[in-house]
Design a protein around this ligand. Structure first.
Ligand code: SF4
Length: 96
């Protein structure tokens, strides 16, 4: 099953410093963090992006901008996303 991988492997920073899941959200409809107040690590591993990842995994994309998104550019196999995410977390944990 393919789902959007953007909440795992993509982060877009607006010129204001606000972070969103992807460039589709240029209107800042779903802010996942703020680089004026948080590090990238805090945003990437924070509660908001984790919640969004769970929503993507469960298929309950009943929020904007994902509920109206037609972009398939980031679509990947669900198991491959989780496999890559787990591997990148292992590498990240070894570095800190
Ligand atoms: S579904 Fe669309 S709007 Fe939502 S994160 Fe993926 S690319 Fe972005």
């Amino acid at each position: 099953m393919k789902i959007c991988s953007a909440p795992w492997f993509n982060l877009t920073i607006h010129s204001s410093g606000k972070a969103v899941m992807c460039c589709i959200d240029y209107k800042l409809e779903y802010i996942v963090g703020d680089t004026n107040e948080q590090t990238l690590e805090e945003i990437l591993y924070g509660e908001i992006l984790e919640r969004v990842r769970q929503q993507h995994l469960s298929g309950s994309l009943n929020f904007s901008p994902c509920n109206k998104c037609i972009n398939k550019h980031y679509y990947m196999d669900r198991d491959e996303i989780l496999d890559r995410w787990n591997k990148s977390n292992e590498i990240y944990k070894r570095k800190i």
